[in-house]
Design a protein around this ligand. Structure first.
Ligand code: NAD
Ligand code: DAU
Length: 351
């Protein structure tokens, strides 16, 4: 019997990379992708593996408790890797409740289903909750987030993720739920929805549209290539200690404005534009409310205990990423239509 693993949110950015890695690397597993296909879910992200015999897509909502329980009873999953979420901070400022429903209640619903089918035998079972470094709040000029850093979320998004982390730990402490959590820094790479900084700016440079920099562009993020995040999830799923938390990060801090200027330089070259042409598109706009100043991850627990390290230097990862979006203009054009356009107008026309 093949091991059955349920990945939630597999049609999204990070989920699609996790699915691709698991389907290709583990022919002895059967990977189920449960996704509601919200604006952020796109089955085009998985075209290359959709016909593999060890992969099944299930369209469904993690908040539909009867449907989820039936699915768990029918398939008897051995493991869950939970990524489904509302993931964009600006959207959480516009509509906090949606984030509580999906990120908090949806997670509890999955925990209940796992508890229901595993309660007699937790042997070999695992609930892996994929979370974010934003639960730790904001750093000043120095220091790093460790697994011991106190939770201090500031946005409705990070508050909802923090709450879901607490529920996963509570199910471990109260019901012995076999679980692991990881908290990762900002990801970049292919198939990211162009509402997040890098794909949005790549698309805007491509179309010679303004680059809306929030505030003074002085906020700092720690960037990790999405394939390296998926590699970390693989390692933690298989070797992480029950009940533990692992931070994942790229040792790669960039001030937004420096990152944007580097991107402009790389894209001027790729698009054979005059040096400095794309930088002229930079437009400073009103800052994000509650904008966290700096995130930086101390990933030494993961590297020392489980031997994981990022595989790619940032400059190389950025080039691979820019090439991917430029070679996949059709993917970008397909996702930047319909609901996304409306959202874009609401988000930026008023700034
Ligand atoms: P994403 O927005 O690209 O994808 C989310 C996916 O979840 C989509 O496919 C969407 O259709 C699905 N989904 C949403 N609501 C659902 C529901 N009710 N039922 C079923 N499916 C639903 O997000 P992402 O950037 O790939 O992030 C994935 C996870 O990783 C999230 O939990 C996020 O908090 C976490 N994370 C993201 C980053 C990052 O930099 N993007 C970093 C650290 C952690
Ligand atoms: O740290 C991990 C988190 O990273 C994940 O948990 C989130 O799901 C993910 O969205 C990301 O959150 P950020 O808010 O850091 O990412 P975003 O791409 O939205 O913004 C990155 C930085 O760029 C941030 O300081 C805000 C700024 N920004 C963003 C956008 C979209 C701009 O200046 N202009 C923009 O238009």
């Amino acid at each position: 019997m093949k091991k059955k693993i349920l990945v939630t949110g597999g049609a999204g950015f990070i989920g699609s990379h996790v699915i691709r890695q698991f389907v290709n690397k583990y022919p002895d597993y059967h990977i189920f992708n449960l996704d509601k296909l919200t604006y952020a879910g796109n089955l085009e992200n998985l075209k290359d593996i959709e016909d593999k015999e060890n992969y099944t897509f299930v369209k469904g909502d993690i908040n539909d408790d009867a449907f989820i329980l039936d699915l768990f009873k029918k398939e008897q999953f051995d493991g869950v890797i939970h990524l489904a979420a509302e993931s964009h901070v600006d959207r959480s400022i516009a509509n906090p409740t949606e984030f509580v429903v999906t990120n908090v209640l949806g997670t509890v619903n999955l925990l209940n289903a796992a508890k229901h089918i595993w309660k007699d035998n937790y042997e070999g079972k695992r609930f892996y909750h994929v979370s974010t470094d934003e639960v730790y709040g904001s750093l000043g000029e120095t220091g790093y987030f460790t697994e011991e850093t106190r939770y201090d979320p500031h946005s409705p998004y990070s508050a909802s993720k923090a709450s879901s982390d607490h529920f996963v730990r509570a199910y471990h402490d109260t019901f012995n739920m076999p679980m692991v959590i990881s908290n990762c820094s900002n990801n970049y790479g292919s198939y990211q929805f162009p509402e997040k900084l890098l794909p949005l700016f790549i698309n805007n440079i491509r179309n010679k549209k303004p680059l809306p920099v929030y505030g003074k562009g002085e906020n700092v993020r720690d960037w990790l290539w999405v394939v390296d995040h998926a590699r970390a999830i693989d390692v933690i799923y298989h070797q992480g200690k029950q009940g533990e938390t692992y931070n994942i990060g790229g040792h790669n801090e960039w001030k937004n404005i420096d990152l944007i200027k580097l991107l402009c330089k790389v894209m001027d070259k790729k698009l054979e534009r005059e040096p400095g042409e794309s930088e002229k598109l930079i437009t400073y706009v009103k800052d994000r409310a509650g904008h966290d100043l700096r995130y930086a991850i101390d990933a030494s627990k993961l590297s020392e205990e489980l031997g994981w390290e990022p595989s790619v230097q940032f400059e190389e990862g950025l080039e691979i990423t820019v090439d991917w979006y430029l070679n996949n203009g059709k993917w970008l054009d397909n996702v930047t239509s319909g609901a996304y356009q409306q959202y874009y107008e609401d988000q930026y026309e008023k700034r």
